[in-house]
Design a binder for this molecule. Structure first.
Ligand SMILES: Cc1ncc(C[n+]2csc(CCO)c2C)c(N)n1
Length: 220
């Protein structure tokens, strides 16, 4: 049966590279250079702004009022709640609001956003959810993977607060809801449509891995 997990299996190597990226391994061991994490957090502020735009596009691409409300809800959460939380979180890492407002966007960030918006503009609501899946579902899976590693150090780790966000019951439930939404839509698609979706999913997964690499290299 075609399910969200078939998408992962279709690009297992890329998926594992994203989930188990060096950035994540160093973060889980608590040895990631703070400057790399700060660079990631700053770029993520820009990413989240673009990400909220994508939900705006999803509102437009919705088929019915249920889908409109679902996308609108995601747009409101990110624009009205999560961005403020991100700014507060950045302050704890000595990143000021002014710094966030005057950032230069890194190439890995632009490439990712451009791809997501391009898929969204040309495709339908299912394409949009699939291109966003590595982002929406991947972070929850990263947290779950980290937790299972024998070297994962939750106690003496400056990054525990970040990992906790994605281990939280609320986030894990959101992730499961998204998997269920995708699974439902994958039930009735044919092979060629599935192949189209795997291409989108694989590319978004690679772009997510590039985002970690950008953090690690502190590149622009
Ligand atoms: C590059 C990048 N990829 C994924 C996420 C994770 N993420 C972004 S928005 C969202 C949904 C609601 O919080 C999630 C899980 C991130 N922060 N940065």
């Amino acid at each position: 049966m075609t399910s969200f997990y078939s998408l992962i299996r279709s690009c297992q190597t890329d998926w594992d590279h994203y989930i188990q990226h060096e950035f994540i391994q160093q973060l889980g061991k608590g040895i990631l250079d703070i400057a790399c994490f700060q660079h990631y957090l700053k770029q993520d502020y820009l990413f989240l702004i673009n990400f909220s735009r994508v939900w705006g596009l999803a509102v437009y691409k919705s088929h019915d009022i249920t889908e409109i409300r679902q996308s609108l809800n995601s747009l409101k959460t990110i624009a009205e709640v999560e961005l403020d939380l991100h700014v507060e979180y950045c302050k704890k890492w000595r990143i000021t609001e002014n710094e966030l407002k005057t950032l230069t966007e890194a190439k890995a960030n632009t490439d990712y956003t451009q791809f997501v918006l391009d898929v969204g503009l040309n495709g339908d609501i299912l394409d949009l959810h699939i291109v966003l899946a590595p982002c929406l579902i991947g972070y929850g899976m990263i947290a779950n993977w980290l937790r299972k590693q024998h070297w994962y150090d939750a106690k003496n780790n400056p990054y525990t607060s970040w990992i906790k966000m994605y281990i939280s019951k609320a986030f894990q439930q959101t992730m499961q809801n998204e998997i269920a939404w995708i699974d439902q839509r994958l039930l009735n698609i044919d092979t060629s449509r599935f192949e189209q979706l795997t291409t989108i999913f694989k590319q978004a997964t690679q772009l997510e891995a590039n985002f970690w690499q950008m953090g690690l290299d502190r590149s622009f």
